[in-house]
Ligand binder design. Sequence first.
Ligand code: CU
Length: 669
Amino acid sequence: MQLFKLRHSISVSILFILLLCNSKAISQYNTLWIPDTLSGTTFNLTIKDTFAQFKKGNQTITGAINNNKFWGPTLIFNQGDTVHMSVTNKLNDSTTIHWHGMHLPAVMDGGPHQVIPAGTTWQPYWKVVNKASTYWYHPHLHNMTMSHLTKGIGGLIIVRDAEEAALALPRTYGVDDIPLVVTSRSFDASNAFTMTDNKTISEYGDTLLTNGVTRAQISLPKQYVRFRILNAEIERGYNIGFSDNRIFYVIGTDGGLLNTPVALTRVTLMVGERVEIMVNLGNDAVGSSLNLMSYNNGLAFGFPGAEPNKSGLNGSYLNNLNFNILHINVVAATANAITSVPTKLANNTYWSASDATVSRSLTVTAGSGVGLSEFYFDNTAFVYNTINKTVILNNIEKWTITNSQIFTHAFHIHDVEFKVVARNGSASSIYSWETGWKDVLYLPKGESVSFVAKFDDYSDSIHPYMYHCHFSNHEDGGMMGQFVVKNTSSLPLSLLSFTTVLADKEVSVKWTTANLISTKSFAIERSADGINWSQIGTVSSNNSASINTYSYTDVAPLFGINYYRLKMVDNNANFTYSNVQSVETTSNAFQFKVYPNPAKSRLYFNFTDPTYEVYYMRVVNQLGKTIFMLPRPQLQSGLDISTLAKGTYFLQVTDEKTKKTVTKEFIVN
Ligand SMILES: [Cu+2]
């Protein structure tokens, strides 16, 4: 009995000690959050304000996508698919979502010009032509980028393709293929994120967040594992390695797999850059642990985050420190574990400096010093309506960016993946890990870096692409420029207007051209999805320079959205496409007139079908602000608009049956 009691009390004590150890482990590390994934070809993203518990006490106001508390889902794209995005902005601010690294038309790019006003949905789409790699999406509204990124808005994109799928690589998301989004934040006394906008607070956070988790840990199997690491910082650079200095293998960079893996013990990762690495845990004992670290201690001034000061201007607790990114606990191997790194990964053929037919240079210069304007390109701050460069479609260009300023930058260009061809003029000086496709480059102080890219597939003389420093404080401060890709082989041709006329499905297509001396004919093409096109008719030009407006009437086969474009064929059988426009055909039941227009106090509705009921109605002002939201409105005695100020408004009327929305303009006088 005594013995039993003693044993019992010992076992209770051991249990108590175990619990203590366990609770210590819990308090020391938090489980790494693995973002949920969305796949397929239709992606719904809702950007919203929310809150997350990072610290004891108050929750922190954050921004996130869908049901997350910070950051967003990982989008899985398959090369060759056409992806349709539906991005709803439920913030109180306008924002944009840029598809970082994606090769797509400029109007789909989500740069500063593709504004998504609060309360609206933006629906870009494109065919995925990028190689398998890790990309990301993030806000890009000029002057708001740092603010919206700081909130936590963004997400990863994983592109898969046949070349990558054929390799024996770790590919089980969250098990042996781990996404790591590294950034840092500072918190004020009430646990709100603090952010630089007056240069008194650091751009560098004091607290590291790995996938939005402080002191993150993960259990990983005893085998080769893959990390897809994104530097999602505002400004800090990382010098990544493992706590026992073990070798790891870089298998991919921003725009795809390397041709062969590169063995390293450290890799630099600037803001916006991604790196895919493989590391062997096969020789680690189950139950052992190690850390993925950033070795920022002792780095020379100029590397972002190497500053010695822990507070004040550019100060941060993490500055010039070696710090943990992820605590790794080794557990048993999985079935079908990957036990080696392929010796051959990809068959990329890269551009070399001699392929370029155009050379450009950009120089990092000092900014005005006012506010965030610390640095510019070529002494010129970003101006929303100024196109800084014009690139001719299909040009292969060499760009050299020279940084003779006192600080490092991260240069990013939209539209293309490029090949770094020289550092300080020397091809042999490029880093071993940057031999593959890139869209961000590390631009240390006092260096120049050259890259070569081909600007193919997409031209648009109106909508520009951006190039900028990816430090969002520098970018917001004006360290950004924009370029258009122009197709000079085609004559200007644009679709003017579309109207549904007469019957339900009758569409009038009108277009205009510059003088069409050499043009023979136009083919009119229609598509139900904007992707697959068929010719529906032709119109011949009379070759008269004086007539440049044409029209064609089509009867669409379906109610709903129809897409139209023109194919212009010249006398040499060269052809070019116009811009694409859409027109919505609606059922008769949904046809209605609004009167009087202009109106003063009451607006009346005349539906073709008098028994028709509206599902939802919104009245929106010219700035896109919703004034009235009217679910299933009773409209027999009209709509009271007496509270509206004089001006132009839009009625957005949603059909009960199809849930499609028609917008009509009206004026209050
Ligand atoms: Cu910069």
